[in-house]
Design a protein around this ligand. Structure first.
Ligand SMILES: Nc1ncnc2c1ncn2[C@@H]1O[C@H](COP(=O)(O)OP(=O)(O)OP(=O)(O)O)[C@@H](O)[C@H]1O
Ligand SMILES: [Mg+2]
Length: 228
């Protein structure tokens, strides 16, 4: 079997929240626990030395208890927060150490994110919400509308393009959030418990939908959910 180059490769990632990350890091390296570190420095150990690799086209699920660092991990990958130590390679480029300008490009072209809750603009139509990432990238009106419509088609919402998000159910709004991330053509989709606000039946449906879309679109998906 061939061993593909990982799409995302994380090496010894550590995130410490607070004002004294270096003092806290030193204690962590000396083997102190999260509680000890909190007591000594008032800093919170968010991620404690995580390494992993996600292959192209893989759907990688991160599970863990509440507070175990799942959101922190996902947010480090697209640098919504800065890691304290370690490496995050995306296609071989260490995004833990690129500048903010390059990171913006990476967010627009390589890594898109679907948030918990829907994060939709309430005063924009469904189609305008979906084309948002393309607009930011400077893609012209007609082209981005076309892309928005074809992505809405893929998630089964083509006929809702001109409605405001308010007129859609929770599950449908989450689908719009998904379509917005898919429309950018970014190869990597990060999902931070995207379906947890939905009732269990619809959540199940959305998870099946995601599996179907992934087969069709060959995205690399990192999906996190809380373990129950
Ligand atoms: N902004 C912050 N400042 C300080 N500590 C934080 C911050 N964000 C998260 N933490 C801490 O980092 C640790 C990991 O939190 P994180 O939100 O990543 O967990 P999670 O696994 O996503 O939890 P949940 O399943 O509840 O969403 C927790 O101990 C939390 O208290
Ligand atoms: Mg979380």
């Amino acid at each position: 079997m061939t061993n593909p180059k990982p799409k995302i490769c994380i090496e010894h990632l550590i995130k410490i929240y607070g004002k004294k990350p270096h003092a806290a890091l030193k204690l962590f390296r000396e083997g102190k626990s999260k509680d000890d570190i909190l007591q000594a420095t008032l800093n919170v150990l968010g991620i404690a030395d995580v390494s992993m690799a996600v292959n192209p086209g893989e759907l990688f699920v991160v599970m863990g208890l509440s507070g175990s660092g799942k959101s922190t991990l996902v947010r480090c990958i697209n640098r919504l927060i800065n890691p304290t130590s370690g490496h995050i390679y995306i296609d071989g480029e260490d995004v833990a150490h690129v500048n903010e300008k390059r990171m913006r490009e990476i967010r627009l072209t390589k890594v898109s994110m679907v948030f918990q809750g829907f994060g939709l603009f309430p005063h924009k139509t469904v189609a305008e919400n979906v084309e948002y990432g393309l607009k930011v990238r400077g893609i012209d009106t007609r082209q981005r509308r076309q892309k928005a419509l074809s992505t809405l088609e893929a998630v089964g919402l083509a006929q809702w393009a001109d409605y405001l998000p308010d007129s859609l159910s929770g599950g449908m709004q989450q689908r719009v959030g998904l379509a917005r991330a898919l429309a950018t053509d970014a190869e990597i989709l990060l999902m931070d418990e995207p379906f947890s606000a939905l009732d269990p039946m619809i959540r199940r449906e959305m998870q099946d939908e995601l599996l179907r879309l992934q087969k069709e679109l060959h995205k690399t998906i990192m999906f996190k959910r809380v373990s129950s």
